[in-house]
Design a protein around this ligand. Sequence first.
Ligand code: 9WN
Length: 500
Amino acid sequence: VDVPEHLGEADAETWRGATAILAANWTGTHTVPSRTLYPHQWSWDAAFISIGLAHVAPERAWRDLRSLFAAQWPDGRVPHIVFDPGVTDRDYFPGPTFWSGGGPTGSDGGGPKPDGDLPTAGRAAAPGGLPIPTGRTAKGDASTSGNRSIGPASSGNGAGAARSGNGAGAARLGSGIVQPPVHAVGAWEVYRRAPDEAATAELRWLYPRLVAQQEYLATARDVGGAGLAAIVHPWESGLDNSPAWDEALAGVPVAVEVLRRYARRDNQVVSSDHRPTDDDYARYLTIALSYRDGGYRDADLAVRHPFLVECPGFNALRGAAELALARIAEVVGADPAPHRERAASITRQLLDRLFVPATGMFHALDVRTGLHSPARCVNGLLPLVLPELPAGQVASLVTALESARFGVGPRMPVPSYDRSAVDFDPFRYWRGPVWFNINWLLRAGLRTHGRDGLADTLRSALLDLVRHSGYYEYFHPDNGAGIGSPAFSWTAALTLDLLA
Ligand code: 9WN
């Protein structure tokens, strides 16, 4: 392992540890978030992982991004999970059988059961429900993939972008929902560390695909009509059980029997006190089934889908992606101007629609009711990544970051939820614990706005966490103890970036 010369022995050890985790989680074509909990490829994880791999194995960073985008749909969406055909449904739920339309939606009762004989991802793909990714169809032609989910929705940009695959391996299916589009930021970070010819070729391959991803979010997902993308599932935010979704979720009918038909797996791998509750999980499945059984179409979502929310974090990251695309466009000879314009317009819409002066933060907006979530959650601070955020809003987000609610201190990074809220829960996933990727983004935002002192404090606090606790998935917001997966890829990757 090449360790940067400026690192002392303790930091060198941390560097080697992080590198070893990324190596252990590499499958040969992509990196899994964690061997124990998440055995497939996840979308925004891949972006964060590429940022770390840029420092130790750029070829793996590019390969990871290629693997993900090879599963892009003809309409431009990038699946939030791209399934490994070698992994069974038993190893992660909901897996390919669920997303591709298998399992009991009515009376057929043939879905994944805890002790049944489960189909592998490869076999589950056969009946089709999800489109075969155009990049790597077995037959090599997207138009003959026979998918009934989105059919002719293949749009010029996305379809064209996705048609030429990277020629590696068999088709891998993905889920039908998305995650925050951090990939252009990732690609730019990898490129700028080593801007050679090979990296330029990677950018050329990725650019039209990244554009198609952004177009999908800007058009099909503009359910509210103002230019912000709506998420159709809490999983799309990446912040699964954040209190930001509580009100919107309360309006989703809970079909409790859904949990009798589909068995959870996550809470058998780690303590159920650290994961979303059964009630939440039943709603997650209900929402996913609604979208799936509607053929993953986005037309008329407003009148038929039970969960539609504009998330400040997701949209801020769309804006950041446009700015990264502007830089990439300059390298590949495309016009950067439309990307800058789109970023500016996303910033304006975020201010207009999601900023709540009374709290000085951004809040999720329920498109179905027109109401803001009252919860102060960390996604409400993420618009800090936008360089055009006006000074007034920057100042109020920094105030929130320094307040007792989010309290960046010398010893502790930013928690996922307001510490003073009565339902702040230091263990339960996105309802209190500290997450590395979010803090990495907040630090980048602070630097963007010249708040270097606070950015440095945050960096030190993050590094202290991994030094004392290891490369965990998330951390207890008071004592820093590691929770969830102990060898988590994005924690390792972003540690490398902080040390480099
Ligand atoms: C559902 C993989 C993913 C992260 C998400 C995190 C968690 C999945 C789950 O793990 O979500 O997508 O099963 O809980 O919330 O941010 O991408 O690391």
